[in-house]
Write a protein that binds this ligand. Structure first.
Ligand SMILES: Cc1cc2nc3c(=O)[nH]c(=O)nc-3n(C[C@H](O)[C@H](O)[C@H](O)COP(=O)(O)OP(=O)(O)OC[C@H]3O[C@@H](n4cnc5c(N)ncnc54)[C@H](O)[C@@H]3O)c2cc1C
Length: 636
């Protein structure tokens, strides 16, 4: 029987982390090299964790399915990273960042974790600057900031529209230093397909070499998963096409509880879908909302060109509905408002799109300033759409982008499997039901640089530094299971491609488990996904062999996992009879159409235990709000 214990330290919120660090056990420096730690993932969370643990002296094995560590999806992050430095002197503080994050997450996050995140945010900036990350600077030389949704202060540090890339280069250069020193060994082109438990404790992983197909085993005293999010369950999302849920899903099936799977973020400013054969969506960073104004025509079915629609016939709906936050309203609210405008027949020239317009900003600040701030984003837009956003408004629409759900972790970022830690987007952690912009990079780096190194040391200090070997019946059984799973996929030889299944699943997810959800749609989705899963195991065609480079096989395994995860997302959404953040149940809304929470009955984290596909047990972690008063979110 699983018992959820969040292990939140005693004491006032501002002292919890410091006290916890002080009370944590330390590993004798001479013993550190005797402990092996596996880190799966070399995105911001994984690279930061592996580099820091290597620098501390542990023996780290870092895994990525990419050819190089720096290809992790973190590299695509554009807009920026939050920190409570208050360089702008505009009223920011650790407490305010904590408050904004809890409120932004619609009061469904764990207070103690969020406070710690806000607290270490400032260390992240110092660390990255020391690494040479070229953050933008203002005229006096201090680091510059811009604003992101859900905040009235400017706390977002950025490097043009390539913040993720620059941060990852910093983290990977630290990682490379450790690889050079020999404290970290990098295993690239290896996909983790299972976690190995010995006596109920995580002791290793099973991987498939993506070039040779070889199934391999690795042991460690502790395993960290930093394998990113699962937005690709929707097929079309802003995530890199390779991003997938397999690592966390296989761990879930081995006993790690999955928390809040239905909390997904639909980002308001993406390029609209333009056809059936599209395989991915492109984000236009939220930072554009600092200067761009979002609008649609006031008239239903207006087919005029945007330039022909006079000012008085435009509806700047975010500014109208949320005068305080306007275009910087949080993502869930902005996305729903865009959908509302489209559903009412007021989409841009009848399309599933709204306008993001820089005319006023260019008039006020000049084209040069806009180019300096967002040049590369404007270029991306023009390359893809053929339209020049300096002249005509961008067309944007919401799209799946980020997943707040993930493996359940306690305050130490340990899952319900002892010795299995989870960092970055892969855990459910700090964002509640909606993540604020620029907070994912902050969380990934907080987990990797500043939290896991402490909590893992505390965990390892209690274990004897005896040599670990990837041997024994547990490793053999896991190898056999993975080999059989792979062979089974190849042997079906059906009539439908892996993408056929992924696209069908994506359609169900988008239509019934997307921006608006209701009991009928969710009930149908659960049934349809189960049927699709059954069909998959009869009709999928995976060409090629298991002993070779085979991307169809890779995708097939990932889609097989999505076909289970998608159902859990729908079940989670159905079980939560309230609306909160990105989870909008149409039955539960205020008269103004805002999310209607039910704090009395749903102020908990849903943590699901896997029995078999289609069968899960729900465990609840009650959320206590001792420092922030629960209130209806208002951005008016
Ligand atoms: C287009 C875009 C723009 C964004 N912009 C911002 C922004 O401006 N600010 C912000 O805060 N957030 C932003 N985000 C969100 C943010 O980028 C991500 O949440 C964050 O980078 C995730 O980092 P991560 O380290 O958790 O995972 P990732 O960067 O996704 O890394 C995952 C790693 O795990 C490895 N991996 C995964 N599965 C396996 C497996 N089975 N076996 C072996 N290796 C595996 C991969 O190879 C990779 O190395 C953006 C997201 C997108 C999609």
């Amino acid at each position: 029987m699983v018992k959820l214990d969040a292990k939140i330290p005693e004491g006032p919120i501002a002292e919890k982390w410091n006290n916890h660090k002080f009370n944590s056990k330390l590993v004798n420096p001479a013993n550190k090299r005797k402990y092996d730690i596996i880190v799966v993932g070399t995105g911001l969370a994984g690279a930061a964790a592996a580099a820091t643990l290597g620098e501390l002296g542990y023996n780290v094995k870092a895994f990525t399915y990419h050819d190089s560590a720096r290809r992790a999806h973190s590299i695509s992050a554009q807009g920026g990273i939050n920190a409570a430095k208050n360089y702008q002197n505009d009223g920011d503080s650790v407490y305010r960042l904590f408050y904004d994050t809890v409120k932004g997450g619609d009061f469904r996050a764990r207070e103690a974790n969020v406070y710690r995140l806000a607290e270490v945010s400032n260390n992240i900036i110092d660390q990255c600057v020391a690494q040479g990350v070229p953050f933008a600077r203002e005229y006096g030389g201090l680091l510059d900031n811009r604003s992101f949704g859900g905040a009235l202060v400017s706390r977002t540090f950025y490097a043009k529209g390539q913040t993720g890339q620059q941060l990852l280069l910093g983290a990977v250069s630290s990682l490379n230093k450790e690889i050079g020193k020999g404290t970290v060994k990098l295993y690239n082109r290896k996909e983790m397909l299972d976690v190995v438990l010995v006596d109920g404790v995580a002791r290793g992983i099973i991987t498939r070499d993506l070039l040779t197909g070889e199934i391999e085993k690795y042991s460690a005293h502790a395993v960290i998963l930093a394998t990113g999010g699962y937005a690709n369950v929707f097929f079309l999302s802003t995530s890199a096409m390779n991003c997938n849920a397999t690592a966390i899903w296989r761990a879930h099936k081995k006993g790690a509880l999955f928390a809040n799977p239905c909390y997904t973020q639909i980002h308001p400013t993406c390029l609209p879908v333009h056809g059936e054969n599209q395989s991915k969506l492109t984000l236009m960073s939220e930072s554009l909302r600092n200067d761009g104004r979002i609008w649609v025509s006031k008239l239903v079915g207006d087919m005029r060109q945007p330039g022909d629609i006079p000012e008085e016939e435009r509806d700047y709906y975010l500014e109208r509905k949320y005068p305080s936050y306007g275009n910087l309203s949080p993502r869930d609210i902005s996305s729903r408002s865009a959908k509302e405008a489209f559903d009412a027949g007021r989409g841009a020239r009848g399309q599933e799109a709204v306008y993001l317009d820089f005319k006023d900003a260019i008039g006020r600040l000049g084209k040069n300033v806009i180019e300096e701030r967002y040049g590369n984003l404007f270029q991306i837009y023009e390359t893809i759409t053929g339209e020049n956003p300096y002249r005509v408004p961008m067309k944007i629409y919401p799209a799946p982008h980020y997943t707040m759900g993930g493996l359940w972790v306690d305050y130490n970022l340990m899952s319900t499997i002892p010795g299995l830690f989870v960092g970055g987007e892969a855990n459910f952690s700090d964002h509640g039901a909606n993540r604020l912009g620029a907070s994912a990079l902050m969380q990934g780096l907080a987990d990797g640089y500043f939290i896991l190194p402490y909590t893992i040391s505390d965990y390892l200090a209690s274990a004897k530094p005896k040599t670990m070997k990837a041997e024994g019946p547990e490793f053999d059984a896991a190898m056999k299971e993975v080999t059989e799973f792979t062979q089974k996929l190849i042997s079906i030889n059906g009539k439908m491609t892996v993408d056929d299944f992924h696209k069908q699943l994506g359609r169900i997810m988008w239509n019934k488990v997307g921006m608006g959800r209701n009991e009928k749609g969710l009930t149908e989705a659960i049934k349809e996904i189960a049927e699709l899963r059954e069909l998959f195991w009869k009709e999928v065609k995976v060409v090629g062999s298991a002993d070779d480079f085979n991307q169809t096989l890779e995708r097939a395994g990932r889609v097989a996992d999505y076909l289970e995860l998608g159902e859990l997302m729908a079940r989670d959404a159905l079980s939560r009879n309230e609306s909160c953040g990105g989870h909008f149940r149409e039955e539960y809304q205020t008269p103004e159409g805002e999310a209607q929470r039910d704090d009395e009955n749903y102020s908990f984290v849903s943590a699901w235990e896997f029995n078999k596909p289609g069968d899960w047990n729900l465990h609840k972690e009650d959320l206590a709000f001792e420092n922030i008063k629960l209130a209806q979110r208002s951005y008016k």
